[in-house]
Design a binder for this molecule. Structure first.
Ligand SMILES: Cc1ncc(COP(=O)(O)O)c(C=O)c1O
Length: 458
């Protein structure tokens, strides 16, 4: 660990304020708050900042530190591959990249046999968008060019992914015009069902019917694919009723539309299954992955396809998929991913996510009993969410003057927990978390909710 003196930290921060775009932060706000915090090391679920303060990372970085911080085996695997070979001649590949594709075909649901690797999640989504359209050109249905996605979802920062997204947290206005041909349907969020469904199943049925209506309205022969995260993060972890995904599969099959599961967050164990659609016994046509594939040790993502899709690109050079991502399938990232998956399997981390997820959800539900401001608690595995409301009856959010997000985020940070507060929150610690670390996390959250409840008089 390399800690720094307060003056060294200050000088680094000043440099950051002048030279760096810190994601989703604005420099004058950071300057006022003495930010950005600078981190230097991590171990398990803990991270340590440049001044030597240690905190629990309640968000696993950005939902990605699945095996936790500080796994030397992953660093060693990457180092060894770096010494051997760090790239390959055009049109060739390497052993770790092949072995990773093979491994994924073994652990992915159904016949998802071929992987196109990328450097991250947005590129995986762009790959799925292009693959869908190109697939339908190959199979003689060139009019299938449109996409359906859900309000409130996030699928990435690039232009196609942004067009698919529908979260108010990432407004599109600055970047318009976006890719045309994307149509949004309601999100199956039982707590605030747009159609007034009163149970998760009723909400799911109404929302999935809206997908079918949209397909019919647009003309089924023009729809290429439906994109959906199994559980949407910006919605504060919208866990759909159990009927949603099986019905979505059924509807896509009925109209010949591809079903694409965006497993960028949920893939690689986060929800207590290796891939989240396994909870509902559904095999999508494609899956986009990133984050947990290397537990964030090195950037990597991928689009994983069923054999039926990839077969359409075989047979001639003309039929092949013309799409290149320079760093996709980088051998060092592949070596790190293989070791990461090996650790997950050997140490039963997916099972631990399921077990600790139940324990965490219990802890969050106990807090809900105590604090009126917690309107809803939901989650699957170690992907949990809270919805905070000023009034439980009306489900009204707190007004901007309450400064809710800042109060909570700062309260957590002061007590050694890194987690973003807000109307809708995610709680997603590393999958290696122990019960006593869940206790620590919940104890801090409880203390902060107690204080904020008093401060806001709720
Ligand atoms: C569900 C989902 N899809 C795609 C992305 C985009 O991934 P990336 O930021 O690696 O481009 C994200 C990022 O958070 C995501 O949550």
């Amino acid at each position: 660990m390399t800690t720094h003196s307060p003056s060294e930290v200050k000088s680094l921060q000043e440099s950051a304020l002048e030279h760096l775009w810190v994601y989703l932060r604005e420099p004058s706000d950071m300057a006022e708050k003495g930010d950005p915090a600078i981190f230097v090391s991590g171990e398990g679920v803990h991270v340590t900042d440049a001044l030597g303060n240690t905190s629990i990372d309640g968000m696993s970085g950005l939902w990605l530190k699945n095996v936790g911080y500080g796994r030397k085996e992953i660093a060693d695997a990457a180092y060894e591959q770096m010494l051997n070979l760090t790239y390959m001649p055009l049109g060739t590949t390497t052993e770790p990249t092949i072995r990773l594709a093979e491994k994924i075909s073994q652990i992915a649901p159904g016949d998802m046999t071929r992987s196109f690797f990328t450097s991250g999640g947005s590129e995986a989504i762009e790959t799925a968008l292009k693959l869908s359209r190109a697939y339908f050109k190959r199979v003689g249905e060139p009019n299938r060019t449109k996409f359906i996605s859900r309000k409130g979802s996030y699928h990435g920062a690039t232009m196609g992914a942004l067009a698919l997204g529908g979260s108010h947290l990432y407004p599109k206005l600055d970047y318009e015009p976006l890719m045309p041909g994307v149509f949004h349907v309601p999100q199956p969020l039982p707590y605030r069902c747009e159609f007034g469904g009163e149970t998760p199943e009723e909400c799911a049925e109404l929302c999935v019917n809206a997908v079918e209506e949209m397909i019919k309205f647009q003309d089924p022969e023009t729809i290429a694919a439906v994109f959906a995260e199994p559980i949407s993060s910006p919605m504060g972890c919208a866990v759909p009723g159990d009927n949603y995904w099986p019905r979505l599969r059924e509807i896509c099959d009925r109209y010949g539309v591809l079903l694409i599961a965006d497993e960028v967050i949920t893939g690689f164990g986060r929800t207590g299954k290796m891939f989240a659609t396994e909870h509902w016994g559904v095999v999508p046509d494609m899956m986009t992955v990133a984050k947990g594939i290397t537990s964030g040790y090195i950037p990597m993502g991928g689009c994983i396809t069923r054999g039926e899709i990839s077969d359409a690109f075989i047979g001639s050079q003309k039929a092949s998929f013309k799409h290149v991502i320079t760093f996709g399938g980088h051998p060092v990232a592949a070596a790190a991913a293989l070791k990461n998956i090996e650790i997950m399997e050997e140490e039963g981390m997916v099972e631990n996510a399921a077990k600790q997820g139940v324990y965490l959800l219990d802890g969050l539900n106990e807090m809900k009993e105590k604090y009126q401001m917690i309107g809803d608690v939901r989650g699957l595995g170690l992907f949990c969410g809270l919805e905070l409301v000023a009034d439980r009856g009306t489900k009204e959010y707190f007004p901007a003057e309450a400064d809710l997000a800042n109060r909570i985020t700062q309260g957590f940070a002061e007590n050694g927990l890194l987690l973003r507060g807000g109307d809708r929150m995610n709680v997603a610690p590393p999958l290696c978390i122990t019960s006593s670390e869940v206790d620590d996390l919940v104890t801090i959250m409880d203390k902060v909710f107690d204080q904020v409840s008093k401060d806001l008089g709720v």
